[in-house]
Design a protein around this ligand. Structure first.
Ligand code: ADP
Length: 203
């Protein structure tokens, strides 16, 4: 609707030889086209994973996955801590990268600059493997936690939108981890940060 509205106004303005507002309108259109593109890409991804598209399981180097994601997300303004109990695991490399990218994009998006974000690859007592992304950001109130992994669920729609969020990231994370035979858990308290735990079965 936004794209349509601004384009129609622009068409009418240009027909009358008026160009003053064109740069601003084109900026708004460009911003919204990019949001639409993100949304379509996320939805296609989610539908592919939900409809049972095959995973391509191979030995994945988790340090490489982490480095790749850190280059992709804009994390320069946060304090990033990394730790590894293991170097490799069996997973779909593209999907595993997507899980970490979504969790890191959220952390960078919702955690104030200068605060801590940690990425830990842990081995549990029972031999399971965990990817844990923890931050000391605003946290998530208990009443939102049960629904947070649903598609389009956002605690603060305006804030998510203005940061380029589509509300699909966490449902994609949950589905990808489940397809690997694992589970996702959230530990968070309002005002006391969030910890997203992706637990994969023992190899
Ligand atoms: P979005 O595209 O809106 O980020 P997600 O499914 O990735 O969608 O996340 C859903 C909601 O969970 C977000 O809109 C935000 O309110 C909340 N959220 C996710 N990660 C964090 C975090 N690290 N700290 C605080 N809130 C978060």
């Amino acid at each position: 609707t936004t794209i349509n509205g601004y384009l129609q106004t622009l068409v009418a303005d240009v027909a009358q030889g008026r160009y003053e507002q064109a740069p601003e309108f084109l900026q708004i259109v460009t911003h919204n086209v990019s949001r639409l593109k993100n949304l379509v890409e996320d939805l296609l991804d989610l539908s592919a994973i939900e409809s049972g598209k095959e995973l391509h399981i191979e030995t994945v180097n988790v340090r490489e996955v982490t480095e790749t994601v850190l280059k992709q997300v804009n994390s320069a303004k946060h304090v990033i801590q990394l730790s590894y109990d293991f170097d490799e695991m069996e997973a779909d490399p593209h999907r595993l990268e997507q899980v970490l990218r979504n969790l890191m994009e959220n952390a960078v998006r919702y955690v104030p600059e200068g605060r801590n974000i940690s990425v830990r690859w842990l081995k549990t007592a029972s031999g399971g493997l965990q990817l844990v992304v923890k931050d000391d950001g605003p946290g998530i109130a208990a009443e939102h936690q049960a629904r947070l992994f649903e598609r389009f669920y956002r605690v603060d729609e305006g804030r998510s939108r203005s940061h380029g969020g589509t509300g699909i990231g966490l449902s994609l994370v949950k589905h990808i981890v489940q397809r690997h035979g694992g589970e996702v858990h959230l530990r968070s308290e309002l005002g006391h940060g969030s910890e997203f735990i992706c637990e994969f079965p023992a190899p």
